[in-house]
Design a protein around this ligand. Sequence first.
Ligand code: C2O
Ligand code: CU
Ligand code: CU
Length: 502
Amino acid sequence: MVTRRRMIGAALATGGGVLLMRTTLRPAASVETAAAAAAHTHPGTTAPAAEADPGPDAGPTLAPKFTAAMPLPPVLAPVSTDGAADTYAVTMLKSYARILPGHRTDVLTYNGAFPGPVIRARSGRPVVVRQTNLLDDPVSVHLHGARVPVASDGGPMNLLDAGATRTYTYPNDQPHASLWFHDHAHHLESEHVYRGLAGTYLITDATEAALPLPAGRYDLPIALRDARFDPQGRLVYRMDDPLNRTTILANGRPWPKVEVAARKYRLRLLNSSNLRFFSLRLADGGPLTQIGSDGGLLERPHVTDTVDLSPGERADVVVDFSRYPVGSSIVLTNSMPPGPAEHVGQVLRFDITRAADDPSRVPAQLRTLPALGAATRERTVVMEYQEKPGAAPLGLIDGKVYDPARVDASVAFGTSEIWTVVNANKDVPHNFHLHLVQFRVLARNGAAPGPAESGLKDTVRLLPGESVRLQALFDSYRGRYPYHCHLLDHSAMGMMAQLEIT
Ligand code: C2O
Ligand code: CU
Ligand code: CU
């Protein structure tokens, strides 16, 4: 593993070779435009002072570790609720967050929250979200992992212009799952999500509610990501900049501490990073009981010491802190490069501060997944990051840059398909995300997937040279939906394609 991880670190390092020095939020109409912008902001040209090299990430200097308490994102209250739906009103606006001690950091927010708020939904009960965009850019609000009609999917070209309001309707016609919503405006999504446009969306149902899992204050949504700061505490966004993002944030705080009771907790982990992969472990190698993944609970819990999360993936994990004495602490670590291990190798610290009763339990059977059924069609999808001397890097799927006017895969409504997704790069990691469906992983590199990938997934990691076989059933809505690499700097470079269900 160490060797493989080193290789990925090196890969991310090469992937970071081209820096696009965009510091303003303007659409890069094409990769060529972005390249031209980069060419015009080389050090020593007439780039404005604001675009000067901010130096290495100042986060590790500005933020002592394990000092700030990890906040929980606010849970949104509906503005109205009736027999038909719960309605929420959300405003996208510029705000500031107290991320680093003594500094105010400008961020982009849903309702002023960094990271974004939590919306709680129930299967079968629709949620309507009225989104108002008070930012300077167009946006697109995508509910990642949800089964929604095209009009509310928040695809890359389905924009909500600056100053405009629109309504997204989520039927929640799917089982419980820990989803998230984030910006998806093509070419802007990467910077928008980096600056804060991401929130949590939790669907529950009777199956989940009947289980004696840790709940309420013992059920913590935790969004993990990296970031880069300048010495003034401002977020620095450069495209394809993984090496410099060495500050780890959990719910928007650098390396926070989390006070817990000596009992079981459910941790809903989300990797909301643009590029960073996490390989999470308790510092003592203690057990992590994984109970869920992107599309809800696994059929059976899986006890492990490591949880891997690529950008966009979620893992639902139960940790029993009663194995630690009250007064002790345990660090959650990350072994995935790039970056100095003293910074990126640490994520947050649990401080066990009190005893507590614990009526919760992790049952041996959590749910039953529907049978897969027969697939009617097989396809291969090839993901590739391409760097050529003198040109901006390209994100390719099947050799092509994303074109919203092109349909890359025609799928017959009601059918099930098997896709083999291949990472053609030998030194760059990717992952693969399909909108609309929760799929099943049939194989990874020709072998059966591990238990962490035995449930419903909407995003799978593809380390250099890896391939994943997955099966999806397209039986909910017709229309055009994207599929893409969820390393958002890659999808912004074009590593995205489109299927059409007819
Ligand atoms: Cu979370 Cu198309 O993405
Ligand atoms: Cu999505
Ligand atoms: Cu990629």
